[in-house]
Design a protein. Structure first.
Lengths: 348, 303
């Protein structure tokens, strides 16, 4: 009952947030983006023990796929992205919304499929090799896309602007991100309680033993990564429409920005927990915005330092720290040590 | 596509072009091998996978570039970069690396990645984001009617890289510290039991790695260009080389370094210079998949 009230209150707050803080609508949308990518990173990193540094690949691919679908439904993609084109290509309102929704869903599905294809190869790699291999996939994809003229090359793609006034546009994108995040949260809350979740945790704890117990590990790993990629691809697609213009190396396949931020968010909040990535993302986003405002020019150095400090000194994250300090909050019962004098006295 | 086919047919019509590409590739590859040797050293001795490797290279390059800008003869930059990067490596070891050695491998990977971002940004703030290089006043040798041009500066760079490598190898083989490093790499616990101060060995190894990278960077700035954000590509190249060659396999590291240098030059020639970074990364994936197939045959996974 208490929990139900908490969740309803949270949902009301989420719905009311863009109207309560009208100046921070874009900020809040970005916060939802961080929450979603952190939670999806934790699906493989925290729950399954496969630390990917290349999840940003799905974000960038989602952006491109969503944009190409939206443009391709109406115009010729190659012509649209041609830097030298003279005519202005227009979208009607229906074309925009149909293109956006179909594009975002299509981006999710495409990313899920590509996760299966890439995972089939890379899941043979373990530990640090997996991290480096996925990082390689993300960097290579960015470099290749930036040389591909059909999708605009290094210039990137400029999508149509949201039809209607600016404020409704901001609210529209906020709710797209928020719906994505809420659906993902409910889905993960259910998933981690199922047999599937237990099997995935078994892979994290000891893959060889899990396999010996009869779990088809590759199938579980691929499913998990594809689910994560589906959501990352969708938020990537939403970002593409929100940002309007994006280019391959700095925005889409931003390996050293969002690609590493999501890992830090999860580590800050606590790996392998449901709430950890969310808390971590909020914490990180606040820190990031503060440093951006007050340390002009040095913000990147501060963020690098934050990564190092988090990883070296605070790796268990907030949730891990709480688990250590207040185990009773998590339903873990700690047996109090009985005072030795008493037992000695009893024996005599 | 036509352009790619044209570039390939050029290789067959004028075989001399191949020679030029291979020579260029080997010269660059010698420097890659140097950075990769440092990575193999750190990886083998203390089991830290250093993603800041490339940023050490670039930092060494900026040291040499800054000194040349102050008016020192450019060749002095190499030993000075060696010394300065030694100090920076020691500080980084004491503050960060010493705390991640005993932890799992992803920790060290992520910590050094954070370090790499930090170093790249600091260099960006200090020196600006333009590409920089030192112009050396040396002639260029021409062979085969001018098809093959070898700048003497590049030859000098390769000679210095070879001298540095020879010095480090001699040091590892014969000195007391080199023996201690090799003993620690074999079994750190046994080395500790036998009275080797492994903490000292670790800090020495990491500083040596940073110094080697710094010297390599000081050579690179004379024969090529550097830019604050080029570091990650050097890190990835080092990983490609070490993954391909395996740990503790010095001839393998040198051969893989030279081979990757040549392969990159071929790729850049065939697909165009815009693909150079992509080729370096794709080579990593290629090597990883190749090693994976190799391990699959033994029913093992790449750990």
């Amino acid at each position: 009952m208490k929990k139900a009230i908490f969740y309803v209150a949270l949902l009301v707050f989420i719905t009311a947030a863009p109207f309560l803080f009208p100046d921070f609508r874009t900020q809040l949308a970005t916060l939802w983006l961080m929450i979603v990518v952190s939670m999806t990173w934790d699906m493989t990193g925290g729950q399954m023990g496969y630390n990917s540094l290349g999840n940003i690949f799905f974000y960038g691919t989602g952006m491109y796929v969503a944009a190409i679908i939206c443009i391709g439904l109406v115009h010729d993609v190659g012509l649209y992205n041609d830097a030298a084109r003279s005519e202005i290509m227009k979208f009607t309102d229906t074309q925009y919304f149909v293109g956006a929704i179909v594009g975002i869903l299509g981006a999710g599905i495409f990313c899920a499929i590509s996760a299966v294809v890439i995972g089939y190869v890379t899941f043979g790699l373990r530990g640090p090799y997996f991290a480096i291999g996925t990082l390689g996939v993300a960097i290579a994809a960015g470099e290749l896309v930036s040389n591909w003229e059909w999708v605009g090359g290094g210039q990137g793609i400029a999508l149509p602007v949201y039809p209607g006034d600016l404020d409704t546009g901001k609210i529209f994108f906020y709710f797209l991100f928020a719906i994505c995040g809420v659906v993902l949260f409910i889905f993960l809350k259910w998933l981690y309680q199922t047999r599937f979740g237990a099997a995935v945790n078994a892979i994290r704890d000891d893959e060889e033993k899990a396999e010996a117990m009869g779990i088809h590990t590759l199938r579980y790993k691929l499913t998990m990564w594809a689910l994560a990629a589906f959501f990352v691809g969708m938020v990537g697609g939403i970002s593409a429409f929100q940002l309007i213009h994006f280019e391959p190396l700095e925005t889409a396949y931003q390996t050293i920005n969002l690609g590493i931020f999501m890992v830090v968010c999860v580590l800050l909040g606590g790996k392998g927990t449901l709430w950890g990535p969310i808390i971590g993302a909020i914490l990180f986003h606040v820190i990031k915005e503060v440093t951006w405002n007050y340390l002009l020019g040095w913000q990147w150095v501060a963020l690098g330092a934050l990564i190092v400090v988090t990883v070296v000194y605070f790796q268990d994250g907030l949730m891990g720290w709480l688990l250590l300090k207040k185990p009773e909050w998590f339903g873990v019962r700690v047996e109090k040590k009985e005072s030795t004098t008493e037992s000695v006295g009893g024996a005599s | 596509m036509d352009q790619i086919l044209g570039n390939i047919s050029l290789l067959f019509e004028f075989p001399v072009v191949n020679l030029k590409i291979v020579i260029d590739g080997l010269m660059i590859g010698a420097l890659f091998a140097l950075a990769a040797y440092g990575l193999a050293l750190v990886w083998g001795v203390m089991n830290v996978k250093n993603l800041a490797q490339g940023d050490f290279v670039i930092a060494g390059g900026y040291v040499a570039w800054y000194l040349a800008k102050l008016g020192l003869p450019p060749l002095f930059g190499v030993p000075i970069a060696f010394v300065i990067m030694w100090g920076i490596g020691w500080v980084i070891y004491k503050t960060v690396i010493s705390r991640v050695i005993e932890r799992d491998l992803f920790t060290s990977l992520l910590a050094t990645f954070g370090l790499a971002i930090m170093m790249a940004q600091i260099m960006n703030l200090l020196f600006g984001s333009d590409t920089q290089s030192i112009q050396l006043q040396y002639d260029t040798l021409y062979m085969f009617d001018g098809f093959v041009d070898i700048p003497i500066a590049k030859l000098l760079g390769v000679a210095m890289a070879a001298a540095l490598a020879a010095g480090v190898i001699f040091f590892m083989k014969s000195s007391r510290m080199g023996q201690a490093i090799r003993a620690t790499a074999q079994d750190a616990r046994a080395a500790r039991v036998l009275g080797i101060n492994t903490e000292k060995v670790y800090s020495f190894t990491f500083s040596l790695n940073a110094a080697i990278c710094g010297a390599a960077g000081a050579i690179i700035v004379m024969v090529w260009v550097i830019q604050p954000f080029y570091g990650i590509t050097y890190s990835i190249r080092s990983f490609v080389i070490v993954t391909a060659a395996g740990l503790g396999n010095l001839p393998g590291v040198i051969a893989a370094g030279l081979g990757i240098g040549a392969a990159e030059q071929y790729g850049a020639h065939i697909f165009g210079i815009g693909y150079q970074q992509a080729i370096a990364v794709l080579l990593l994936l290629f090597v990883l998949i190749y090693r994976l197939i190799q391990q699959k045959r033994l029913r093992q996974s790449l750990k």
